[in-house]
Design a protein around this ligand. Structure first.
Ligand code: NZQ
Ligand code: ZN
Length: 390
């Protein structure tokens, strides 16, 4: 295991009707004028937005609002939010929604405290150091942004989807009420489940040895997802299954399952090019890319893939031919994704073979670059993975 420091100070308030506490929580973390930031209308239709406003009013907290965040959130909405916050003297941003609203809120939070263009944090020109405090009321278990120090935004100029990371954007509090996820369409639920599992796999495939504790934590999250996801696809109102998935989504991405080990993250990078170009759901893109990536890199550490196959997918170890076991594990993952309604290849996702050169180019490694923690990939490797996903 490698040395690490782990600091995850978000206060999580979990359970039924907990959104009624958001006003008191904003006050607890020093907010007096809030920007409520939300998406395309699900929180309006469900009545959640009204309940959030009531909670803020009851606590004597002033607010203004900005809705309309799209999935794969865009830079234009971030610029709008920064201007509004400055005009209204906002000192706290409350995201009500999923990863997209939360990531947009984090981008606004950084942008308000920065004299330059907020995109500098996403292009890699600047590291985030200061941001307005952010709180969240989560409505979909997926991205893990409610507990992460990450934000992913797509710039409309060039449709580049890029991430920024920094402790200053980790939410001060996150309200996790599983009841709020009951209105999710099955497809979005499955996209979220895929993303949660992918966050674990990005950490599970590592070159670091002697990481039994985090291996076992990873496997526990994956096994729970395999057990609970089909339950909510069948019965969207299964509260206990929704609750387990919601907590798994947080645990999968606040890095508790990733400390002390090298991590990979190439599947995410390769996927982000798909959701930037086709505006598909991030989880759906991952369902297409991650099994292809696994197949492409399996020879790098056959025994680690065989371990996943046996411990997570209940495959029987073939000691004469561990690669057979490893490939069975990858096939089981793909079958699971199919069973919950995910696309598993380019055509099911609506992606085109003829776009592969463009996708490889915007991935940005050029002729000599390499990236990845488990296996270092070149542009040619990235192209091969897209082709394997056809
Ligand atoms: O916009 P509304 O109307 O709210 O509808 C949303 C949206 O259409 C809908 N939805 C959310 N909660 C709902 C609901 N519909 C009915 N009932 C509810 N309770 O679901 C759709 C998807 O929402 P979105 O916020 O986009 O989902 P998700 O949480 O999957 O976020 C995806 C974004 O997060 C990024 C992804 O790349 C993508 O842009 N990620 C962020 C990460 C982070 N910040 O740490 C890490 C991830 O790996 C990921 O890259
Ligand atoms: Zn993800």
């Amino acid at each position: 295991m490698e040395n690490f420091s782990f600091y995850s100070p978000t206060k999580f308030v979990f359970g039924k009707e907990t959104e009624s506490r958001c006003g008191a929580l904003v006050k607890e973390f020093g907010g007096s004028k809030v920007l409520i930031h939300y998406g395309g209308g699900s929180v309006v239709r469900s009545g959640l937005l009204d309940r959030v406003k009531k909670s803020l009013s009851d606590a004597g907290v002033q607010f203004c609002e900005l809705g309309g965040v799209t999935p794969n959130p865009r830079s234009g909405k971030v610029y709008e939010g920064i201007d509004l916050c400055k005009k209204e003297n906002v000192d706290f941003i409350l995201a009500v929604g999923g990863g997209s609203s939360i990531d947009s809120a984090k981008a606004i939070a950084m942008g308000v405290c920065y004299d330059g263009n907020f995109w500098d944090f996403y292009s890699g020109k600047e590291r985030p150091k200061k941001a307005l405090p952010v709180g969240t009321v989560l409505t979909i278990a997926a991205a893990g942004s409610e507990g992460s120090g990450d934000s992913v935004i797509t710039h409309e100029n060039g449709m580049l989807k890029r991430g920024a990371s920094g402790e200053c954007i980790r939410p001060r509090f996150s309200i996790l009420n599983p009841q709020l996820t009951i209105t999710l369409p099955a497809y979005q639920t499955a996209c979220g489940a895929t993303d949660i599992m992918a966050h674990v796999f990005e950490r599970y495939f590592t070159n670091t040895t002697d990481v039994q504790t985090t291996d076992r934590l990873c496997e526990a999250v994956l096994l729970s997802m395999i057990e609970e996801t089909p339950k909510v696809i069948k019965d969207p109102s299964d509260y206990q299954a929704r609750a387990n998935i919601m907590w798994a989504g947080m645990v999968a991405h606040n890095n508790i399952v990733g400390v002390g080990r090298e991590q990979d993250w190439n599947s995410h990078g390769i996927e982000h090019e798909l959701s930037a170009l086709y505006d598909c759901a991030h989880g759906a893109g991952l369902a297409v890319i991650m099994p292809a990536w696994m197949t492409y890199v399996v020879d790098h550490d056959v025994m680690r893939f065989a371990q996943m196959a046996c411990r997570v997918w209940n495959c029987k170890m073939d000691f004469q031919n561990p690669k057979k076991t490893a490939l069975e594990g990858i096939a089981a993952f793909r079958s699971f994704l199919k069973s919950i309604g995910m696309p598993i290849n380019f055509s099911e996702l609506g992606a085109k073979e003829s776009d592969i050169p463009y996708l490889v180019k915007t991935f940005g490694l050029g002729e000599t670059g390499k990236t990845g923690g488990f296996v270092q990939l070149t542009s040619k490797d990235v192209e091969n993975i897209y082709r394997l996903a056809l």
